[in-house]
Design a binder for this molecule. Structure first.
Ligand SMILES: [Zn+2]
Length: 143
């Protein structure tokens, strides 16, 4: 007895079947007595692929897809957040430390500001009691 892995060319169904010899397989195939156990098609071939490899790569693809979904979701959240900041805060770019001090010391009435600051700027601003928040920022071109 020989066990073959068979694949249906019609629906890609993989299944095992036993034959007394390899000739029996050819004979049954010729007189169309080999049927797919899923769709009944007679387009049956011996499969050289192991079904385990197929399911393995499938689940790997799904994992990657899930990760991509998560990243996309996170990026969308970040964009909403960034939009909120852009709408409600003034962008001051690299002048952030200067502007933050002028608001803090002059009690200037102002919308909040956002911009870029060096690590040292952030540390010294915090030492001076100026409230700063670090936010991760996604550049639009990163799409
Ligand atoms: Zn089939």
């Amino acid at each position: 007895m020989i066990k073959y892995k068979l694949i249906c060319k019609n629906c890609d169904n993989l299944f095992d079947s036993w034959f007394s010899s390899s000739k029996e397989f050819d004979k049954l195939k010729k007189i169309k007595l080999l049927n797919c156990n899923n769709c009944n098609s007679t387009k049956i071939e011996k499969s050289l692929m192991s079904p385990r490899v197929i399911s393995k790569s499938n689940s790997k693809n799904n994992l990657i897809k899930n990760e991509e979904k998560k990243i996309k979701y996170f990026k969308n959240k970040m964009r909403d957040y960034q939009k909120f900041i852009k709408d409600n805060f003034n962008y001051v770019g690299k002048n952030f430390a200067y502007e933050a001090r002028s608001i803090h010391y002059n009690k200037k009435k102002s919308k909040g500001i956002y911009g870029t600051a060096t690590r040292e700027d952030v540390d010294s601003l915090r030492d001076e009691g100026i409230e700063i928040q670090n936010i991760p920022w996604i550049e639009e071109k990163e799409n």
